[in-house]
Design a protein around this ligand. Structure first.
Ligand code: GDP
Length: 526
């Protein structure tokens, strides 16, 4: 065990974050660049198996191999500039699921990557809203500057309008696409030229008026004059740089660059590390906070990945350490059951390999091999004082399927499987009010596929799923409920706690309902 001074030092070094983006914005590319800065040498394209089909080293569950994707929000760790960085991957696309959201519960800040030709896309917006809800700092990287994109002023405007966050441009592009000359670095008061290092000087100094010192061909370009005017506008009419606002997630520093050509990425990383927070206190159910630097180890489980290795049927519980230090082999208490558990089988994650972790501190993520002890949201801790962290939020599902057993004679394993997987948080379960049909809800299609796969593999129960498509789930006060309110366009169901809710066909159906029953209160979450 470390002494307190050393523990404090180690924790202060941690920067734990997730990269959020819409598919294809460049999350994988920028992650790879960051890993390279950290000296984690890997072939380009190995972060996501999809691109290279490089599964040899990995024994992820079957479904991942088949689809060539990572179901896991995997964790990558590297050291850079005296900091230890943990990047948590948040899968996008069809692999989008509640796990993706829950991963954001385990980070201290987020990096939002935006394609500068496309601006804010739907997935970015969804993920952003979770970060906003948590009040964590959000940093923005406007990517693909080497391609023709939208005007920077336009991008900043859209960011502020659609996401409702203030933006502070840390730098400003000088041209774009084939005409990209560089970045006007407002924060560092310099110009970063868009050229390879071996082509000469990379940075130009600026004088007190913010203009290039001495002679330089760039001064003759019309784009240079235009950028000076834009930067002037941004400086005078834009938001102030405000550290407190950044810390609360009310202001996002915006960096421009090109992940593919590794332009502006290091500039981003250096500034990011300066303002991204080290692990901070976590709230418990009784309103107290657990400070990271203390003897008592504590953490919570934000994700369970089952059957990573089909030969062993193992499950891995992902733990965010909130306080103290983890040492392999230590005993912890599981708050929910009060049971003592020895943590001897732990792992750390790389994109394509896992290794045993011996030691970790608050801010780090560890994986624990699990034989069925853990559930999502569980707290584990050492010492005499019991800890229970705040419940992880439930996310309103958007996609629904009806589910039934293929073989009606196998009801027992069917019900056992559903019960356990629902408890684990793999999918959400509803029953129709009248017929008691089972309905599953999820935020992404992949959740259903994983559910089906696991039912067959772990519970030997084949299930039939009938898609119901997108629905809007809205809870209603049981006192106000009249079963006659239900129709084909707003199906009445109950959740696991027997609370009633409607599944609306679309926004139109919801509005129609609200007009018809103006006194009835509908809520998005229970
Ligand atoms: P992800 O889905 O967000 O992980 O996106 P990827 O990192 O896989 O990138 C999607 C595509 O955009 C790939 O073809 C990348 O090579 C490309 N890409 C990523 N960053 C850049 C960039 O800065 N410039 C250009 N031109 N292409 C990029």
């Amino acid at each position: 065990m470390m002494d307190e001074k050393k523990l404090k030092e180690e924790i202060e070094k941690r920067r734990t974050f997730a990269i959020i983006s819409h598919p294809d914005a460049g999350k994988t590319t920028i992650t790879e660049q960051l890993l390279l800065f950290g000296g984690v040498v890997r072939q380009a394209g190995t972060v996501k198996g999809k691109k290279t089909g490089n599964f040899a080293k990995s024994d992820w569950m079957e479904i991942e191999k088949k689809r060539g994707i990572s179901v896991t929000s995997s964790v990558m760790q590297f050291d850079y500039a005296g900091k230890r960085i943990n990047i948590l991957d948040t899968p996008g696309h069809e692999d989008f699921s509640e796990d993706t959201y829950r991963t954001l519960m385990a980070v201290d800040s987020a990096v939002m990557v935006i394609d500068s030709a496309k601006g804010i896309e739907p997935q970015t917006k969804k993920l952003f809203q979770i970060c906003k809800m948590r009040g964590i700092p959000i940093f923005t990287f406007m990517n693909k500057l080497d391609r023709d994109g939208r005007e920077p002023l336009d991008l900043i405007g859209e960011l502020e309008d659609t996401l409702g966050i203030e933006a502070y441009p840390m730098n400003w592009p000088i041209g774009m696409g084939k005409g990209l000359k560089g970045l006007y670095d407002i924060y560092n008061n310099r110009i970063e030229l868009y050229q390879r290092e071996d082509q000469g000087e990379n940075f130009l100094e600026l004088d007190e008026n913010g203009e290039i010192k001495g002679d330089h061909p760039l001064k003759e370009e019309s784009i240079y004059q235009q950028v000076l005017e834009e930067v002037d506008l941004v400086k005078n009419a834009g938001n102030e740089f405000d550290e407190a606002k950044i810390a609360r997630g009310d202001l996002t520093p915006v960096f421009f660059g090109s992940a593919l050509t590794n332009f502006g990425v290091k500039t981003f990383l250096d500034a990011y590390l300066k303002y991204a927070p080290a692990p901070s206190a976590h709230k418990t159910v009784n309103g107290t906070e657990i400070e990271p630097v203390q003897k008592q180890f504590s953490g919570f489980i934000f994700k369970i990945q089952a059957n990573m290795n089909p030969n062993h049927r193992d499950r891995i519980a992902f733990v965010r350490i909130c306080s103290g230090e983890f040492d392999r082999g230590m005993d912890v208490f599981l708050q929910r059951t009060g049971k003592k558990i020895r943590l001897s089988n732990s792992t750390q994650f790389m994109a394509d390999s896992r290794e045993t972790v011996e030691n970790a501190v608050a801010g780090d993520i560890i994986g624990l091999y699990d034989t069925g002890n853990f559930q999502i949201g569980d707290t584990i801790y050492t010492g005499k004082k019991a800890v229970q962290f705040e419940k992880l939020p439930q996310f309103t599902p958007e996609l629904f399927v009806k589910v039934s057993p293929k073989n009606v004679m196998k009801q027992k394993s069917y019900h056992k499987g559903i019960q356990q997987l629902v408890q684990e948080g793999a999918v959400q379960l509803y029953r129709s009010y009248t017929t008691n049909d089972y309905i599953l809800g999820a935020v992404g299609q992949l959740q259903f596929e994983v559910f089906q796969f696991r039912m067959k593999n772990e519970y030997n129960s084949e299930v039939v799923m009938t898609p119901m498509g997108h629905k809007i789930a809205r809870w209603i006060d049981p006192e106000q409920l009249d079963e006659k309110m239900s129709s084909s366009r707003n199906l009445l169901v109950k959740d696991r706690q027997d609370q009633p809710l409607f599944l609306f066909e679309n926004e139109f159906a919801e509005r129609w309902f609200e007009d018809k029953y103006p006194d009835v209160k509908l809520t998005a979450k229970l």
